[in-house]
Design a protein around this ligand. Sequence first.
Ligand SMILES: Cc1cc2nc3c(=O)[nH]c(=O)nc-3n(C[C@H](O)[C@H](O)[C@H](O)COP(=O)(O)OP(=O)(O)OC[C@H]3O[C@@H](n4cnc5c(N)ncnc54)[C@H](O)[C@@H]3O)c2cc1C
Length: 398
Amino acid sequence: MKEYDIAVIGGGPAGMMAAYAASQNSSDVVLLEKNSRLGRKLLITGGGRCNITNNKPIKKLLNSYSQKNFLKHSFYTFTNEDLFSFFNLEFCEEDDNRVFPKSGKSSDLLKVISDKLQDVDVIYNFEVESISQDFVINDKLKARKIIIATGGITYPQTGCGPEGYYLTSQPVTDIKYGLVPLITKKDLSSIAGVTLYDVVISYKKSRVRGNVLFSHVGLTGPGVINLSNEISESISYNLLENENADLNFEIAIDLIPELSREELREKFTKDFQLKGKTMLKNYLKLFLTNSFIDFFLDEIGLDSEIQLANVNKKAKNRLIENLKRFAFEITGFNKDLSKVTIGGVDLSNVSSKTLESTLIPGLYFAGEVLDLHGPTGGYNLKIAFSTGYLAGLSAGQK
Ligand SMILES: Cc1cc2nc3c(=O)[nH]c(=O)nc-3n(C[C@H](O)[C@H](O)[C@H](O)COP(=O)(O)OP(=O)(O)OC[C@H]3O[C@@H](n4cnc5c(N)ncnc54)[C@H](O)[C@@H]3O)c2cc1C
């Protein structure tokens, strides 16, 4: 039986980074990957362009995560500057501090990180099914230390699945869909592809400002996707127990967040007198995406061709109310498109300083298998690379 110093399970960004960092101090590292290649999920990130991280200053960045205290040590140990110099490629920063490789190809990142694994034994098509108490992985392979980096449950076609949660006795929190589009009761095919820019989307007391994109089955776009994390967290279900979320709730969109109801009323009163002959649908172009106006007016039962002078008080009230609170009934998560898993290995049994289990010495965790997640915008790969580095460094050093 071959005994390695360190075995890393899972060849995604967290596992590859962990194996690299471990190999800097240990010459005896193996990376076990279920697929016939590494980083299948990494390749499809950011639509193939890979939004590798978010370049907000580190304190602001940490504030974007509900698990910021746990992540602090990982983020300070492997910063964005470390990440950029590790890859040594040209990067560009887009809106909201999102960073992409300048080439626009996630495959360039995968090549760099794979090339850095020359001191690691990489074994493909190796699905780890169990780990014994003394870290025997199968009849041919055991390790002194193990790093589990098997990812979450979303996009199973990339190799992910719940196996990592069952490999050890480490407690796991409820597993839920994150960053997931919402399915609406209403058929939205007539406006599929239309985007509402910079609106406020609310669910109960949660509010997120961002873009909404209509799809054939419902709502997506960064604003909705980010709000979906708060929605999913607030609902009680656990995918590991086959409890699908039973959804039936409302979300509302403030289509003109920069003006209050009173300001809108004042503006409409003035404008409707001054521009009495203008058709309502043309006037609304001042505020709304053109291709959304007919749908909106139809939904709220107003004639799109009515002249402003003929909009009576009741209709004006209905217009204002719906511009400030346009509601959609939600019936489900579009789960096949969930980008990240909420929940995972319980952080209360893992040291944030080393990522070693506090229950099983020699066992480490990295990446999405942990109960860690962030919003959309490079925040989740940031978790994978930083925790991967810290887990590998810690396992290699001891
Ligand atoms: C479509 C899509 C787009 C995304 N875009 C972005 C983005 O642009 N920016 C961003 O920050 N985040 C993005 N994410 C999220 C990001 O991809 C993940 O958070 C990240 O890949 C997690 O890395 P990981 O290494 O922990 O897990 P994974 O990338 O899931 O890797 C886990 C690996 O473990 C292997 N494995 C699993 N079980 C076993 C086993 N039993 N034995 C052996 N191997 C096993 C799997 O085959 C897989 O290769 C996106 C996600 C999706 C689905």
